[in-house]
Design a protein around this ligand. Structure first.
Ligand code: NDP
Length: 451
Protein backbone atom coordinates (compact mmCIF):
# COMPACT_ATOMS: atom_id res chain seq x y z
CA UNK A 1 0.00 0.00 0.00
CA UNK A 2 2.77 2.41 0.99
CA UNK A 3 4.36 4.22 -1.94
CA UNK A 4 7.85 5.51 -1.00
CA UNK A 5 7.81 8.25 -3.63
CA UNK A 6 5.41 10.22 -1.39
CA UNK A 7 5.94 11.63 2.11
CA UNK A 8 2.56 10.17 3.17
CA UNK A 9 -0.05 7.77 1.90
CA UNK A 10 -2.72 10.23 2.95
CA UNK A 11 -2.62 13.94 3.74
CA UNK A 12 -5.81 15.22 5.35
CA UNK A 13 -6.56 18.94 5.47
CA UNK A 14 -8.85 19.74 8.40
CA UNK A 15 -9.04 17.94 11.77
CA UNK A 16 -12.77 18.32 12.37
CA UNK A 17 -15.22 15.48 12.85
CA UNK A 18 -14.76 14.05 9.36
CA UNK A 19 -11.02 14.61 8.98
CA UNK A 20 -10.24 13.18 12.40
CA UNK A 21 -12.26 10.02 11.78
CA UNK A 22 -10.76 9.48 8.33
CA UNK A 23 -7.19 10.09 9.61
CA UNK A 24 -7.36 7.77 12.56
CA UNK A 25 -9.12 4.94 10.74
CA UNK A 26 -6.78 5.14 7.73
CA UNK A 27 -3.80 5.09 10.10
CA UNK A 28 -5.28 2.16 12.02
CA UNK A 29 -5.54 0.32 8.69
CA UNK A 30 -1.80 0.88 8.26
CA UNK A 31 -1.54 4.05 6.17
CA UNK A 32 1.06 6.77 6.84
CA UNK A 33 -1.18 9.74 7.60
CA UNK A 34 -0.71 13.43 8.38
CA UNK A 35 -3.50 15.85 9.19
CA UNK A 36 -3.10 19.62 8.97
CA UNK A 37 -5.26 21.89 11.12
CA UNK A 38 -5.05 25.67 11.01
CA UNK A 39 -7.11 26.36 14.13
CA UNK A 40 -7.91 23.69 16.70
CA UNK A 41 -8.27 19.91 16.47
CA UNK A 42 -11.97 19.10 16.79
CA UNK A 43 -13.35 21.44 14.15
CA UNK A 44 -16.68 23.23 14.10
CA UNK A 45 -18.65 20.63 16.06
CA UNK A 46 -16.31 20.48 19.04
CA UNK A 47 -14.83 23.97 19.08
CA UNK A 48 -17.64 26.32 18.00
CA UNK A 49 -20.69 24.29 17.12
CA UNK A 50 -22.68 21.33 18.33
CA UNK A 51 -20.83 20.71 21.60
CA UNK A 52 -20.58 24.20 23.13
CA UNK A 53 -24.05 25.06 21.72
CA UNK A 54 -25.65 22.05 23.42
CA UNK A 55 -23.98 22.97 26.71
CA UNK A 56 -25.34 26.51 26.40
CA UNK A 57 -28.79 25.04 25.70
CA UNK A 58 -28.54 23.05 28.95
CA UNK A 59 -27.36 26.15 30.80
CA UNK A 60 -30.15 28.29 29.38
CA UNK A 61 -32.83 25.75 30.22
CA UNK A 62 -32.24 26.23 33.95
CA UNK A 63 -34.07 29.54 33.61
CA UNK A 64 -37.31 27.58 33.17
CA UNK A 65 -36.31 24.66 35.37
CA UNK A 66 -35.65 26.95 38.33
CA UNK A 67 -39.08 28.56 37.93
CA UNK A 68 -40.76 25.17 37.60
CA UNK A 69 -38.85 23.86 40.63
CA UNK A 70 -40.99 26.01 42.93
CA UNK A 71 -44.10 24.09 41.90
CA UNK A 72 -42.24 20.93 42.89
CA UNK A 73 -41.62 22.27 46.38
CA UNK A 74 -38.17 23.79 46.05
CA UNK A 75 -37.53 27.22 47.47
CA UNK A 76 -35.87 29.22 44.75
CA UNK A 77 -35.38 32.95 45.22
CA UNK A 78 -37.16 35.14 42.65
CA UNK A 79 -33.96 37.05 41.94
CA UNK A 80 -31.94 33.90 41.25
CA UNK A 81 -28.71 35.21 39.73
CA UNK A 82 -27.04 33.93 36.58
CA UNK A 83 -23.38 34.38 35.71
CA UNK A 84 -22.65 34.26 31.99
CA UNK A 85 -18.85 34.25 32.49
CA UNK A 86 -19.19 31.12 34.65
CA UNK A 87 -21.22 29.26 32.04
CA UNK A 88 -19.07 30.50 29.16
CA UNK A 89 -15.77 29.60 30.83
CA UNK A 90 -16.96 26.18 31.99
CA UNK A 91 -18.20 25.41 28.49
CA UNK A 92 -14.85 26.47 27.03
CA UNK A 93 -13.07 24.25 29.56
CA UNK A 94 -15.10 21.30 28.33
CA UNK A 95 -14.25 22.26 24.75
CA UNK A 96 -10.55 22.21 25.74
CA UNK A 97 -10.98 18.76 27.25
CA UNK A 98 -12.55 17.31 24.11
CA UNK A 99 -9.95 19.06 21.96
CA UNK A 100 -7.32 17.24 24.03
CA UNK A 101 -9.14 13.92 23.66
CA UNK A 102 -9.28 14.28 19.87
CA UNK A 103 -5.58 15.14 19.79
CA UNK A 104 -4.74 12.08 21.91
CA UNK A 105 -6.79 9.83 19.65
CA UNK A 106 -4.86 11.00 16.61
CA UNK A 107 -1.51 10.65 18.39
CA UNK A 108 -2.37 7.19 19.71
CA UNK A 109 -3.16 6.04 16.20
CA UNK A 110 0.11 7.33 14.83
CA UNK A 111 -1.35 10.23 12.85
CA UNK A 112 1.07 13.16 12.49
CA UNK A 113 -0.71 16.39 13.46
CA UNK A 114 0.58 19.47 11.69
CA UNK A 115 -0.79 22.64 13.28
CA UNK A 116 -0.71 24.84 10.21
CA UNK A 117 -2.88 25.93 7.34
CA UNK A 118 -2.27 23.71 4.33
CA UNK A 119 -3.27 24.44 0.75
CA UNK A 120 -3.27 22.17 -2.26
CA UNK A 121 -0.43 22.93 -4.68
CA UNK A 122 -0.88 20.01 -7.04
CA UNK A 123 -2.69 16.68 -7.33
CA UNK A 124 -0.27 15.08 -4.84
CA UNK A 125 1.19 18.08 -3.05
CA UNK A 126 0.22 20.47 -0.29
CA UNK A 127 2.02 23.57 0.91
CA UNK A 128 2.07 24.56 4.58
CA UNK A 129 1.91 28.13 5.90
CA UNK A 130 5.73 28.32 6.23
CA UNK A 131 6.19 27.26 2.61
CA UNK A 132 7.12 23.63 3.35
CA UNK A 133 5.81 21.23 0.74
CA UNK A 134 4.53 17.74 1.53
CA UNK A 135 3.58 15.04 -0.92
CA UNK A 136 0.95 12.36 -0.57
CA UNK A 137 -0.54 9.64 -2.70
CA UNK A 138 -3.97 10.92 -1.77
CA UNK A 139 -5.24 14.19 -0.32
CA UNK A 140 -8.48 14.39 1.65
CA UNK A 141 -10.14 17.79 2.00
CA UNK A 142 -12.20 18.05 5.18
CA UNK A 143 -12.04 21.77 5.83
CA UNK A 144 -15.69 22.36 6.66
CA UNK A 145 -17.64 25.55 6.17
CA UNK A 146 -17.93 29.06 7.60
CA UNK A 147 -20.89 31.33 8.37
CA UNK A 148 -22.21 33.38 5.49
CA UNK A 149 -22.27 37.08 6.34
CA UNK A 150 -24.63 39.07 4.08
CA UNK A 151 -23.03 41.82 2.07
CA UNK A 152 -24.80 44.89 3.51
CA UNK A 153 -23.46 48.20 4.86
CA UNK A 154 -22.46 47.79 8.49
CA UNK A 155 -22.26 43.97 8.37
CA UNK A 156 -18.94 44.25 10.21
CA UNK A 157 -20.87 45.24 13.35
CA UNK A 158 -22.55 41.82 13.50
CA UNK A 159 -21.30 38.56 14.95
CA UNK A 160 -21.78 34.94 13.90
CA UNK A 161 -22.12 31.80 15.99
CA UNK A 162 -18.29 31.69 16.08
CA UNK A 163 -18.21 34.77 18.32
CA UNK A 164 -21.39 33.99 20.26
CA UNK A 165 -19.52 31.56 22.51
CA UNK A 166 -17.01 34.20 23.61
CA UNK A 167 -19.21 37.22 24.40
CA UNK A 168 -18.28 39.37 27.41
CA UNK A 169 -21.92 39.51 28.45
CA UNK A 170 -25.34 38.38 27.29
CA UNK A 171 -26.67 41.26 25.17
CA UNK A 172 -29.81 42.90 26.54
CA UNK A 173 -31.30 43.01 23.05
CA UNK A 174 -30.16 40.89 20.13
CA UNK A 175 -31.38 40.63 16.56
CA UNK A 176 -30.71 37.29 14.88
CA UNK A 177 -30.84 37.18 11.11
CA UNK A 178 -31.97 33.88 9.56
CA UNK A 179 -34.60 31.29 10.35
CA UNK A 180 -32.65 28.03 10.33
CA UNK A 181 -30.99 25.79 12.89
CA UNK A 182 -28.57 28.28 14.35
CA UNK A 183 -31.05 31.16 14.45
CA UNK A 184 -33.67 29.19 16.36
CA UNK A 185 -31.21 27.53 18.70
CA UNK A 186 -29.54 30.80 19.68
CA UNK A 187 -32.89 32.61 19.87
CA UNK A 188 -33.81 30.09 22.57
CA UNK A 189 -30.48 30.37 24.37
CA UNK A 190 -30.37 34.18 24.46
CA UNK A 191 -34.05 34.47 25.34
CA UNK A 192 -33.72 32.07 28.29
CA UNK A 193 -30.65 33.98 29.46
CA UNK A 194 -32.68 37.16 29.63
CA UNK A 195 -32.17 38.92 26.30
CA UNK A 196 -34.94 40.41 24.21
CA UNK A 197 -34.60 38.47 20.98
CA UNK A 198 -35.77 39.54 17.55
CA UNK A 199 -35.55 36.83 14.91
CA UNK A 200 -35.70 38.31 11.45
CA UNK A 201 -36.05 36.24 8.29
CA UNK A 202 -36.20 37.05 4.60
CA UNK A 203 -39.27 34.82 4.06
CA UNK A 204 -42.19 33.90 6.29
CA UNK A 205 -40.89 30.37 6.81
CA UNK A 206 -38.49 29.23 9.48
CA UNK A 207 -36.79 25.84 9.47
CA UNK A 208 -37.54 24.92 5.91
CA UNK A 209 -37.25 21.16 5.55
CA UNK A 210 -38.97 20.37 8.84
CA UNK A 211 -42.64 19.39 9.07
CA UNK A 212 -44.82 22.51 8.94
CA UNK A 213 -47.10 21.59 11.85
CA UNK A 214 -44.12 20.96 14.11
CA UNK A 215 -42.45 24.21 13.06
CA UNK A 216 -45.70 26.13 13.57
CA UNK A 217 -45.84 24.77 17.12
CA UNK A 218 -42.31 26.04 17.78
CA UNK A 219 -43.25 29.41 16.35
CA UNK A 220 -46.34 29.66 18.53
CA UNK A 221 -44.44 28.63 21.67
CA UNK A 222 -41.56 31.00 20.87
CA UNK A 223 -43.94 33.93 20.37
CA UNK A 224 -45.71 33.09 23.64
CA UNK A 225 -42.36 33.06 25.43
CA UNK A 226 -41.64 36.55 24.11
CA UNK A 227 -39.35 36.07 21.12
CA UNK A 228 -40.20 38.66 18.48
CA UNK A 229 -40.37 37.55 14.84
CA UNK A 230 -40.06 39.75 11.79
CA UNK A 231 -40.89 37.92 8.59
CA UNK A 232 -40.38 38.93 4.96
CA UNK A 233 -37.85 41.43 6.18
CA UNK A 234 -34.92 42.26 3.92
CA UNK A 235 -31.82 43.48 5.73
CA UNK A 236 -30.72 46.88 4.42
CA UNK A 237 -27.92 47.83 6.75
CA UNK A 238 -26.61 48.22 10.28
CA UNK A 239 -25.55 51.54 11.81
CA UNK A 240 -23.53 51.79 14.99
CA UNK A 241 -24.37 54.70 17.26
CA UNK A 242 -21.96 56.54 19.56
CA UNK A 243 -23.53 54.73 22.51
CA UNK A 244 -22.55 51.41 20.91
CA UNK A 245 -26.15 50.47 20.07
CA UNK A 246 -26.86 49.02 16.65
CA UNK A 247 -29.71 50.21 14.47
CA UNK A 248 -30.79 47.54 12.02
CA UNK A 249 -32.57 48.85 8.94
CA UNK A 250 -34.85 46.48 7.08
CA UNK A 251 -37.55 46.63 4.42
CA UNK A 252 -41.16 46.63 5.64
CA UNK A 253 -40.43 47.37 9.31
CA UNK A 254 -39.32 50.16 11.57
CA UNK A 255 -35.57 49.91 12.31
CA UNK A 256 -34.69 47.76 15.33
CA UNK A 257 -32.31 49.15 17.95
CA UNK A 258 -30.33 46.39 19.63
CA UNK A 259 -27.06 45.70 21.41
CA UNK A 260 -25.93 42.88 19.14
CA UNK A 261 -26.70 41.43 15.74
CA UNK A 262 -26.00 37.81 14.91
CA UNK A 263 -25.92 36.37 11.41
CA UNK A 264 -27.25 32.82 11.12
CA UNK A 265 -27.80 32.76 7.41
CA UNK A 266 -26.25 29.47 6.40
CA UNK A 267 -22.71 28.21 6.03
CA UNK A 268 -20.48 28.19 2.94
CA UNK A 269 -17.73 25.65 2.12
CA UNK A 270 -14.20 26.74 3.09
CA UNK A 271 -12.69 26.35 -0.36
CA UNK A 272 -11.55 29.88 -1.04
CA UNK A 273 -7.75 30.14 -1.33
CA UNK A 274 -7.34 26.40 -0.88
CA UNK A 275 -5.45 26.02 -4.17
CA UNK A 276 -7.94 23.53 -5.56
CA UNK A 277 -7.63 24.95 -9.07
CA UNK A 278 -3.97 23.84 -9.06
CA UNK A 279 -5.26 20.28 -9.18
CA UNK A 280 -8.33 20.85 -11.33
CA UNK A 281 -10.81 20.14 -8.52
CA UNK A 282 -14.32 21.05 -9.64
CA UNK A 283 -16.50 23.20 -7.37
CA UNK A 284 -20.23 23.90 -7.54
CA UNK A 285 -21.82 27.36 -7.61
CA UNK A 286 -21.57 27.68 -3.80
CA UNK A 287 -17.91 26.67 -3.79
CA UNK A 288 -18.56 23.12 -2.54
CA UNK A 289 -16.29 20.35 -3.80
CA UNK A 290 -18.16 18.10 -6.23
CA UNK A 291 -17.57 14.45 -5.32
CA UNK A 292 -18.87 11.07 -6.42
CA UNK A 293 -20.37 8.39 -4.16
CA UNK A 294 -16.83 7.42 -3.11
CA UNK A 295 -16.02 11.00 -2.03
CA UNK A 296 -13.64 11.42 -4.97
CA UNK A 297 -13.36 14.83 -6.62
CA UNK A 298 -12.74 15.52 -10.30
CA UNK A 299 -9.01 15.11 -9.51
CA UNK A 300 -8.23 11.41 -9.16
CA UNK A 301 -6.00 11.72 -6.09
CA UNK A 302 -8.11 14.26 -4.20
CA UNK A 303 -11.14 13.37 -2.08
CA UNK A 304 -13.46 15.44 0.09
CA UNK A 305 -15.87 14.76 2.95
CA UNK A 306 -18.08 16.71 5.34
CA UNK A 307 -19.46 20.24 5.11
CA UNK A 308 -17.00 21.24 2.38
CA UNK A 309 -18.99 18.99 0.03
CA UNK A 310 -22.30 20.52 1.18
CA UNK A 311 -24.25 17.27 1.04
CA UNK A 312 -25.84 17.15 4.49
CA UNK A 313 -24.12 19.58 6.89
CA UNK A 314 -24.24 17.37 9.97
CA UNK A 315 -21.40 15.99 12.10
CA UNK A 316 -22.54 12.34 12.07
CA UNK A 317 -22.65 12.49 8.28
CA UNK A 318 -19.08 13.84 8.08
CA UNK A 319 -17.99 11.08 10.46
CA UNK A 320 -19.67 8.40 8.34
CA UNK A 321 -18.13 9.81 5.19
CA UNK A 322 -14.69 9.80 6.86
CA UNK A 323 -15.15 6.22 8.02
CA UNK A 324 -16.38 5.08 4.59
CA UNK A 325 -13.48 6.84 2.86
CA UNK A 326 -10.86 5.19 5.09
CA UNK A 327 -12.46 1.72 5.07
CA UNK A 328 -12.84 1.77 1.31
CA UNK A 329 -9.34 2.92 0.43
CA UNK A 330 -7.24 1.57 3.28
CA UNK A 331 -9.27 -1.19 4.94
CA UNK A 332 -10.22 -3.23 1.90
CA UNK A 333 -13.86 -2.77 2.90
CA UNK A 334 -15.76 -0.78 0.24
CA UNK A 335 -18.42 1.23 2.01
CA UNK A 336 -20.73 4.03 0.94
CA UNK A 337 -22.85 6.29 3.09
CA UNK A 338 -26.60 5.82 3.09
CA UNK A 339 -28.17 9.27 3.15
CA UNK A 340 -31.76 8.04 3.51
CA UNK A 341 -33.66 8.60 6.74
CA UNK A 342 -31.07 10.76 8.52
CA UNK A 343 -32.53 11.95 11.83
CA UNK A 344 -31.90 15.54 12.87
CA UNK A 345 -32.92 17.93 15.61
CA UNK A 346 -33.07 21.61 16.35
CA UNK A 347 -32.10 22.33 19.95
CA UNK A 348 -34.55 25.15 20.34
CA UNK A 349 -36.64 25.71 23.51
CA UNK A 350 -38.36 23.24 23.32
CA UNK A 351 -36.38 21.14 20.86
CA UNK A 352 -37.83 19.60 17.74
CA UNK A 353 -36.66 16.58 15.79
CA UNK A 354 -37.54 14.60 12.72
CA UNK A 355 -36.66 11.63 10.55
CA UNK A 356 -37.88 10.66 7.11
CA UNK A 357 -40.42 12.52 5.01
CA UNK A 358 -42.50 15.44 6.21
CA UNK A 359 -46.22 15.19 5.58
CA UNK A 360 -45.90 17.45 2.52
CA UNK A 361 -42.99 15.44 1.11
CA UNK A 362 -44.84 12.17 1.65
CA UNK A 363 -47.98 13.48 -0.06
CA UNK A 364 -45.88 14.50 -3.05
CA UNK A 365 -43.92 11.27 -3.19
CA UNK A 366 -46.57 8.71 -2.31
CA UNK A 367 -49.90 10.34 -3.07
CA UNK A 368 -51.84 8.52 -0.39
CA UNK A 369 -50.64 8.92 3.19
CA UNK A 370 -52.08 8.48 6.65
CA UNK A 371 -51.09 10.88 9.39
CA UNK A 372 -51.33 10.08 13.10
CA UNK A 373 -50.57 12.49 15.86
CA UNK A 374 -50.52 13.07 19.56
CA UNK A 375 -50.92 16.59 20.90
CA UNK A 376 -50.33 16.50 24.64
CA UNK A 377 -49.14 18.46 27.62
CA UNK A 378 -46.25 16.62 29.28
CA UNK A 379 -47.14 15.78 32.90
CA UNK A 380 -44.16 17.74 34.19
CA UNK A 381 -45.50 20.83 32.43
CA UNK A 382 -48.95 20.25 33.92
CA UNK A 383 -47.66 20.28 37.51
CA UNK A 384 -45.34 23.18 36.72
CA UNK A 385 -48.30 25.17 35.42
CA UNK A 386 -46.50 25.52 32.11
CA UNK A 387 -48.94 25.73 29.27
CA UNK A 388 -46.61 24.25 26.66
CA UNK A 389 -47.88 21.34 24.59
CA UNK A 390 -45.86 18.73 22.73
CA UNK A 391 -46.77 17.42 19.31
CA UNK A 392 -45.73 14.06 17.86
CA UNK A 393 -46.64 13.21 14.32
CA UNK A 394 -46.31 10.00 12.35
CA UNK A 395 -46.59 9.93 8.56
CA UNK A 396 -47.40 6.55 7.01
CA UNK A 397 -47.69 5.18 3.50
CA UNK A 398 -51.44 4.48 3.28
CA UNK A 399 -50.91 1.42 1.12
CA UNK A 400 -48.28 -0.39 3.17
CA UNK A 401 -48.82 1.11 6.64
CA UNK A 402 -45.06 1.74 6.68
CA UNK A 403 -43.91 4.69 8.78
CA UNK A 404 -42.15 7.04 6.36
CA UNK A 405 -41.73 10.02 8.65
CA UNK A 406 -41.70 10.81 12.35
CA UNK A 407 -41.67 14.37 13.64
CA UNK A 408 -41.83 15.74 17.13
CA UNK A 409 -41.53 18.81 19.28
CA UNK A 410 -41.32 18.72 23.05
CA UNK A 411 -38.93 18.12 25.95
CA UNK A 412 -36.14 15.62 25.22
CA UNK A 413 -37.55 14.85 21.78
CA UNK A 414 -34.07 14.52 20.24
CA UNK A 415 -33.35 11.72 22.71
CA UNK A 416 -36.66 10.02 21.98
CA UNK A 417 -36.45 10.41 18.22
CA UNK A 418 -33.00 8.81 17.98
CA UNK A 419 -34.44 5.53 19.28
CA UNK A 420 -37.59 5.75 17.19
CA UNK A 421 -35.52 6.53 14.08
CA UNK A 422 -34.17 2.97 14.23
CA UNK A 423 -37.70 1.68 13.68
CA UNK A 424 -38.35 4.12 10.84
CA UNK A 425 -35.04 3.27 9.17
CA UNK A 426 -35.87 -0.42 9.54
CA UNK A 427 -39.11 0.14 7.65
CA UNK A 428 -41.51 -0.78 10.45
CA UNK A 429 -45.22 -0.13 10.21
CA UNK A 430 -47.74 1.71 12.36
CA UNK A 431 -48.98 -1.73 13.48
CA UNK A 432 -45.44 -2.57 14.67
CA UNK A 433 -45.36 0.60 16.75
CA UNK A 434 -48.81 -0.18 18.18
CA UNK A 435 -47.81 -3.75 19.01
CA UNK A 436 -45.25 -2.36 21.45
CA UNK A 437 -46.62 -1.84 24.96
CA UNK A 438 -46.46 1.73 26.22
CA UNK A 439 -43.84 2.57 28.84
CA UNK A 440 -45.90 4.51 31.32
CA UNK A 441 -45.67 7.24 32.37
CA UNK A 442 -43.36 8.74 29.78
CA UNK A 443 -43.61 11.17 26.92
CA UNK A 444 -42.17 8.57 24.55
CA UNK A 445 -45.17 6.30 25.12
CA UNK A 446 -47.13 8.64 22.85
CA UNK A 447 -45.21 7.02 19.98
CA UNK A 448 -47.21 3.82 20.39
CA UNK A 449 -50.50 5.52 21.21
CA UNK A 450 -50.95 7.80 18.23
CA UNK A 451 -54.39 8.24 16.75
P1 NDP B 1 -29.76 27.07 7.74
O1 NDP B 1 -29.55 26.65 6.34
O2 NDP B 1 -30.40 26.14 8.69
O3 NDP B 1 -30.64 28.39 7.75
C1 NDP B 1 -30.25 29.55 7.08
C2 NDP B 1 -31.31 30.60 7.23
O4 NDP B 1 -30.82 31.84 6.74
C3 NDP B 1 -32.58 30.29 6.46
O5 NDP B 1 -33.68 30.77 7.19
C4 NDP B 1 -32.38 31.08 5.16
O6 NDP B 1 -33.58 31.48 4.60
C5 NDP B 1 -31.66 32.31 5.68
N1 NDP B 1 -30.76 32.90 4.69
C6 NDP B 1 -29.90 32.28 3.87
N2 NDP B 1 -29.21 33.17 3.14
C7 NDP B 1 -29.64 34.39 3.50
C8 NDP B 1 -29.32 35.71 3.11
N3 NDP B 1 -28.39 35.95 2.20
N4 NDP B 1 -29.97 36.73 3.71
C9 NDP B 1 -30.91 36.50 4.64
N5 NDP B 1 -31.25 35.26 5.07
C10 NDP B 1 -30.63 34.23 4.50
O7 NDP B 1 -28.32 27.56 8.23
P2 NDP B 1 -27.68 27.81 9.66
O8 NDP B 1 -26.71 28.90 9.46
O9 NDP B 1 -28.73 27.95 10.70
O10 NDP B 1 -26.91 26.46 9.92
C11 NDP B 1 -25.97 25.97 8.97
C12 NDP B 1 -25.99 24.47 8.91
O11 NDP B 1 -25.37 23.95 10.06
C13 NDP B 1 -27.38 23.88 8.89
O12 NDP B 1 -27.85 23.71 7.57
C14 NDP B 1 -27.22 22.58 9.59
O13 NDP B 1 -27.00 21.56 8.65
C15 NDP B 1 -26.01 22.77 10.47
N6 NDP B 1 -26.44 22.88 11.87
C16 NDP B 1 -27.03 21.82 12.46
C17 NDP B 1 -27.45 21.89 13.77
C18 NDP B 1 -28.13 20.72 14.38
O14 NDP B 1 -28.02 19.63 13.86
N7 NDP B 1 -28.86 20.89 15.48
C19 NDP B 1 -27.26 23.09 14.56
C20 NDP B 1 -26.65 24.17 13.84
C21 NDP B 1 -26.25 24.05 12.54
P3 NDP B 1 -34.35 30.56 3.54
O15 NDP B 1 -35.06 29.51 4.33
O16 NDP B 1 -35.24 31.51 2.87
O17 NDP B 1 -33.29 30.00 2.64
Amino acid sequence: MTDPQYDYDLFVIGAGSGGTRASRVAAAHGARVAVAEEYRVGGTCVIRGCVPKKLLVYGAHFAEDLKDAKRFGWQVPDDCAFSWPTLRDNVMEEVDRINGAYTNTLNNNGVEIILSRAVVSGPNEVTLADGTKKTAKRILIAVGAHPLVPDVPGAEHGITSNEAFHLDAVPKRILILGGGYIANEFAGIFHQLGAHVILMNRTDQILRGYDRQIVDRLLQISITKGIEFRFNAALQGIDKGEDGCLTVRMGGYEPAVVDAVMFATGRLPNTRGLGLDSAGVQLDSLGAIVVDADNRSSCESIYAIGDVTNRIQLTPIAIREGQAFADTLYGNKPTSVDYACVPSAVFSHPPLAGVGMTEAEARNALGSVRVYSSDFRPMKNVLAGRNERSLYKMVCDAETDRVVGLHMIGPDCAEILQAAAIAVKAGLTKADFDATVALHPSMAEELVLMR
